[in-house]
Design a protein around this ligand. Sequence first.
Ligand SMILES: [Zn+2]
Ligand SMILES: [Zn+2]
Length: 431
Amino acid sequence: MPRTDLAIGLDSFLAGHQAELIGFRRDMHAHPEVGYHEHRATRRLALRLSAAGLRPVILPKGTGMLVDVGDGPPDGPVVALRADLDALPIADEKAVPYRSTVANACHACGHDVHTTILLGAGLFLAGRAAAGQLPGRVRLIFQPAEEVPGGALDVLAAGGIAGVDRIFALHCDPRLEVGKVGTRTGAITAACDRITVRVTGPGGHTARPHLTADLVYALGKIVTELPAALSRRVDPRSSLSLVWGRVSAGSAPSAIPDDGVAEGTVRCLDDEAWHQAPDLLKALIEPVASSYGVIADLTYERTVPPTVNEAASTGLLETAAAEVLGADAVVPTPQSLGGEDFAWYLESVPGTLARLGTRFPGSAQEFDIHQPTFDVDERAIGVGVRLLAGAALTAIADGASGKDRGLNGKLLAEPSPGTALTANGAGTTPA
Ligand SMILES: [Zn+2]
Ligand SMILES: [Zn+2]
């Protein structure tokens, strides 16, 4: 494909900004902040974006921000790009000049890279808007607390995706070479919830189970029956699986205990099955418990839904990747059973999360995320800027098909509530 104006524009933007962006990433890497403590990163981003003429709106809890780029026609397309700001509470074990200076905090999931990429894409798009070359609006979402998880819910509560037609995000993938982008339609990450079943009964002597309730037997039935029943009541394509990690009851061989507990995880790749899981489990437990005269209480702890990539958005990102990175940049990526709170956005608005290759080509060292030695080939930053800026412009040009305004409640002209920095960043004004 011949190089387009967009690809050439990105070349010249990156030639002028690459060093600044790598410096920003290294500074952020050296000063990691865990979920809801991302004050330094928030401040630096707000200052830089304000200096570019943008108006960041800080989220109500004080970290993270929303920044709109461009105006576009009043009912024109709005595309959101999302990055996450938080680090992990683990020690940095790398020997690099930009190693973490904070004890027990490290950007081991690459969120410093995601943030830097979104900053770069935002600055590039701001330049396009100033030149009258942005026929829509792009909302930059710098989200706090992905690892906690739940920062996405703060963005939603602040009206952060009201009016948004599509949303895109990238996540570092150390198994994929720099320059490559992994895409997938459908589930790309999983839900992983925790369940606890507490069983209680009167207790008694093992000589007379008929005069009491045989709690250990009932607990055993629940532990074996539940996964079996689930496999027949839920579409196998949803990959919903319940696996127990702990079972405990009793203390003496001849005494039937009066309580016991089983704990496990529920993993799921399908959004509908994930929504149904708590009620279904409850309905399956009750008849087993009542058959044996015990009471079973289910505690179901939600973490995040599965991230289910929408086909059209994935196609738009692939089209953009071919234009700005080359036709062979896109590769298919497998499903992961990890969780990612980007899933919350996709409950309300179509979008896609893609894997960004960060692997050093030819390197013998294998990196993995959430490891204290995790690092990236920093050329991934330029790749990510091209990709996110390209995806936004491609989606805007596509004209907001799949638009479903108002799904998430109010449509806001300006995100609120929050605080906007003034253009020079010297003070704050209400949004
Ligand atoms: Zn992570
Ligand atoms: Zn992550």
